[in-house]
Design a binder for this molecule. Structure first.
Ligand SMILES: [Zn+2]
Length: 407
């Protein structure tokens, strides 16, 4: 008898949990990640599914013959951000196994191959690049660039894979594997509050907002905090601070998001005017035009405030992900399948968060289901979804799998 949703959830709960923060530290290719991978293998075995780990370290559990093609694939990831919550990722994998059990309980048999997937290194917490497993597979990350990625201790991705028992020799695009997939449906906890306060525990994704990361270098002149008169300073800190406030105001006005969450200050002394403030901006908006306009106004603010303080400012784009519109026909079909069996409306909502589904969408028809998050909090130990909503998510995923794979 395979474990129930609640049993699976309880088994995973202690893995990689930090005693101090209560958050999860399941970083790619660490012992916590290995424990999660072992758990995945056990769950697959308990259901008689064939497990394989692909060249890029993603795990697949197959019901039916993968080589038959046109497979219906579902799943998510088991790794976490630093001190992340229990739901981001694991909810999609646990729900996938539970949805297969639900199909069996209903006595329906898939006529297409079905797979549960655990994508490796989705959060990029250790090597700095999100969705490394799916990006490698989809050819959006070259093996050369992946091999050069290093963690904070200087360990390369290649070394980390080797130490965890995965052969890194063959990493790279995997068109053959992608060609087996007919559709991919990822269930995920909502990272926002669209569903909170509505009567709908489950929604369908419309799109992933375009998003990117930009580095601002404000360069001034280090000097003594006591002897340098205020009017004589070339201080990059107020230029940065005014830029940050302007970014917040303009993002709010545009209905977009702008976050300065990482800062490096030199020399970083309490009694020294800084010589450098390096600040990373994460910006996102519903469409690329709004995002470009927002970026333009933040850049203007940075130049204006830098000039006022007598400092230089440089700007570099470090990454950019264009808008992802999930396949409209598949999205509509999900809404139809779900609405047919539910008394409540099934909302279609966009998200500002990146996902493996966003990477795969470039190669195969892809859709996402979101499970209500009462506070919207994510990437935090406080991330939560109610148990009855999680169960509603499993039901919804089972309905989708039945509708797509069992006709
Ligand atoms: Zn996630």
């Amino acid at each position: 008898m395979p474990s129930s949703f609640q049993e699976m959830w309880a088994e995973l709960l202690p893995v990689g949990r930090h005693a101090g923060s209560g958050g999860y530290r399941r970083f790619a290719w660490t012992s916590a990640d290995t424990e999660c991978r072992d758990w995945f293998r056990e769950q697959a075995a308990a259901r008689g599914l064939d497990v394989e780990t692909d060249r890029n370290g993603n795990q697949w559990a197959w019901l039916g013959d993968p080589s038959a093609g046109d497979a219906v694939v579902t799943g998510s990831h088991l790794d976490s951000v630093p001190d992340g919550g229990a739901f981001d990722g694991p909810l999609g994998v646990v729900s996938a196994f539970a949805a297969l059990d639900e199909l069996a309980a209903r006595g329906v048999r898939p006529s297409r191959p079905v797979a549960v997937v655990n994508f490796g290194d989705e959060e990029g917490a250790r090597f700095g690049l999100a969705c490394a497993g799916s990006r490698l597979t989809a050819g959006q990350l070259t093996p050369e660039r992946a091999a050069a990625l290093r963690d904070a201790d200087g360990v390369t991705l290649t070394q980390a894979m080797e130490r965890a028992g995965h052969d890194p020799e063959a990493i790279g695009p995997d068109d053959e594997r992608l060609a087996r997939i007919g559709v991919f449906v990822e269930l995920h906890v909502e990272q926002g509050r669209h569903l909170a306060g509505t009567g709908s525990p489950v929604g369908v994704a419309s799109a992933i907002w375009p998003h990117g990361r930009w580095r601002f270098d404000f360069r001034g002149e280090a000097n003594h905090a006591g002897t340098t008169r205020m009017q004589d300073r070339h201080d990059p800190m107020p230029a940065y601070a005014a830029t940050m406030l302007a970014a917040r105001e303009r993002a709010a006005a545009a209905g977009a998001r702008a976050t300065f969450g990482k800062l490096l200050v030199e020399p970083n002394g309490v009694n020294a005017v800084p010589s450098l403030v390096r600040a990373w901006l994460d910006a996102r908006a519903a469409d690329e035009e709004t995002l470009a306009l927002l970026l333009g106004t933040i850049e203007d603010a940075a130049r204006e405030h830098a000039a006022r303080e007598g400092v230089e400012v440089g700007l570099e784009r470090e990454s950019f992900t264009p808008v992802v519109d999930f396949a409209p026909a598949l999205r509509d079909e999900l809404v139809r399948l779900l609405a047919a069996r539910r008394p409540y409306e099934v909302p279609v909502l966009p998200t500002g968060a990146g996902h493996d589904a966003g990477i795969l969408a470039a190669k195969v028809p892809t859709a996402m289901l979101f499970v209500r998050n009462p506070t919207g909090v994510s990437h935090s130990p406080a991330e939560h979804a109610r148990e009855d909503d999680c169960v509603a998510g499993v039901e919804a995923l089972a309905d989708v799998l039945e509708g797509l794979a069992c006709r």
